[in-house]
Design a protein around this ligand. Structure first.
Ligand code: ATP
Ligand code: MG
Length: 253
């Protein structure tokens, strides 16, 4: 967080309501993530965490019915998913999709191909991919496979971290980051994200049930989502409290 406050990026969610399957699930949430911060969303099963992530991502099947989501003042809700990614919101899915016939390097070159950005050029991109793969323990041989095809769950997550390191977006949203990862992979992913907050001021919004991850991520802010409402926001101590008390105290709110 070396950048002056005024230059840090801002992801601002205001009055967001979202529906899936014809019913409202997110009933108006507000929060702000600044560049360099790690925010974690916790909450009981079925409380709307994935729906919130899907709404931010613009996933088909999730409809935003009210509110706004801006990245440095740009309204993301009017943009398609890929445009949101271009605007600087990196979305890590619970189940990253397979893209047969398309290699990682081609996807990265395409994503980086924009005026004034020379990171997609030639050997440089291959070097960066290899360096990022080494940093996260992702087998270099997988870099040449079609995107996510025949990769295990943990390998896909590492693959996403490679992409993140190459693209260096201002913000990253991760749903169920811990699902399907062994403890080494979890540690590697969490450390990479935490490092990125310092390296280029990445802002993170991660959904997790796992207290240990929150510690490794060095979460700055914890939001508790219950029945589609943010019922509490606090520091990491809030997650510790939840470890002991559960979500029962919030059930009536
Ligand atoms: N497409 C859909 N159609 C109908 N109901 C849906 C749909 N998507 C989600 N829901 C419902 O919305 C509620 C919130 O689901 P969501 O997946 O957001 O919960 P979650 O907090 O991510 O839970 P978990 O911790 O189990 O992952 C659940 O009751 C779920 O059944
Ligand atoms: Mg979920």
């Amino acid at each position: 967080m070396n950048e002056p406050e005024s230059r840090r990026h801002l992801l601002k969610v205001t009055g967001l309501r979202a529906a899936a399957g014809g019913k409202e699930i997110i009933h108006g949430v507000d929060f702000e993530v600044h560049g360099g911060e790690v925010h974690v969303v916790m909450g009981p099963n079925g409380s709307g965490k994935s729906t919130l992530a899907h709404a931010l991502m613009g996933r088909p099947g999730t409809t935003v019915t009210a509110g706004s989501v801006t990245l440095d003042g740009v309204e993301l809700l009017e943009l398609a998913s890929w445009q949101r990614a271009r605007a600087g919101l990196f979305l890590a899915l619970q189940q990253p999709i397979e893209v047969p016939g398309v290699g990682l390097e081609a996807v990265m070159a395409e994503a980086l191909d924009r005026p004034g950005d020379d990171r997609a050029r030639g050997d440089d991109l291959g070097d960066r991919l290899r360096a990022e793969a080494a940093a996260i323990g992702f087998d270099e041989r997988f870099l040449h496979r079609a995107l996510n095809v025949d990769l295990s769950g943990g390998e896909r997550k590492r693959n996403e971290m490679v992409q993140l390191g190459v693209l260096r977006p201002p913000f990253c949203v991760l749903d169920e980051i811990d699902s399907g990862l062994d403890v080494d992979a979890l540690g590697a992913v969490a450390r990479r994200l935490e490092q990125a907050t310092r390296q280029w001021g990445l802002g993170v919004l991660a959904v997790t049930h796992f207290h240990r991850l929150l510690v490794e991520l060095r979460a700055d802010v914890v939001h508790v989502l219950v029945a589609g409402h943010i019922v509490a926001t606090g520091g990491p101590e809030l997650a510790e409290e939840l470890e002991h008390t559960g979500y029962g105290a919030y059930a009536a709110s």
